[in-house]
Design a protein around this ligand. Structure first.
Ligand code: 5GP
Ligand code: ZN
Length: 113
């Protein structure tokens, strides 16, 4: 948990979000600036900077996060989706708390950055 971290604040409820699912390990909420018909962010409750760091530190949480993306896509987008993990600033990552972008339906622009 980092008090400086936007997604930790969404996980702990101190910053509001349009939450679509919560599990033991994850919280999922709608992206504030959607880049596709369906654009949901799935984040671990634990703070890790990116998906690779999460996989190294807590592989069971990384697997739970990926499994949750399918459940969300089945509910939101007929089960067909893109899953994007921007990893590192040069790759377009802007929030350094691991998160998967679940993108369903039509993309509104290029892949999220
Ligand atoms: P990244 O660029 O790090 O891969 O993705 C960060 C995502 O977080 C962006 O798509 C951005 O629109 C989204 N985002 C940034 N601030 C907020 C916020 O306060 N609430 C929500 N729901 N999404 C946010
Ligand atoms: Zn965090």
């Amino acid at each position: 948990m980092s008090s400086e971290c936007l997604f930790c604040s969404i996980v702990d409820g101190s910053i509001p979000a349009d939450v679509v699912s919560e599990t033991e390990h994850t919280v999922a909420f709608r992206d504030i600036n959607p880049q596709a018909d369906v654009h949901v962010l799935v984040v671990p409750r634990v703070h890790e900077a990116d998906i690779a760091s999460l996989a190294a530190a807590a592989p069971e949480v990384a697997v739970a996060l990926i499994a949750e993306t399918r459940r969300i896509a089945e509910t939101e987008a007929g089960g067909q989706y893109r899953l994007v993990f921007n990893t590192g600033e040069a790759a377009g990552q802007t929030v350094f708390h691991a998160h998967g972008h679940v993108l369903g339906g039509q993309l509104h622009a290029a892949l999220p950055s």
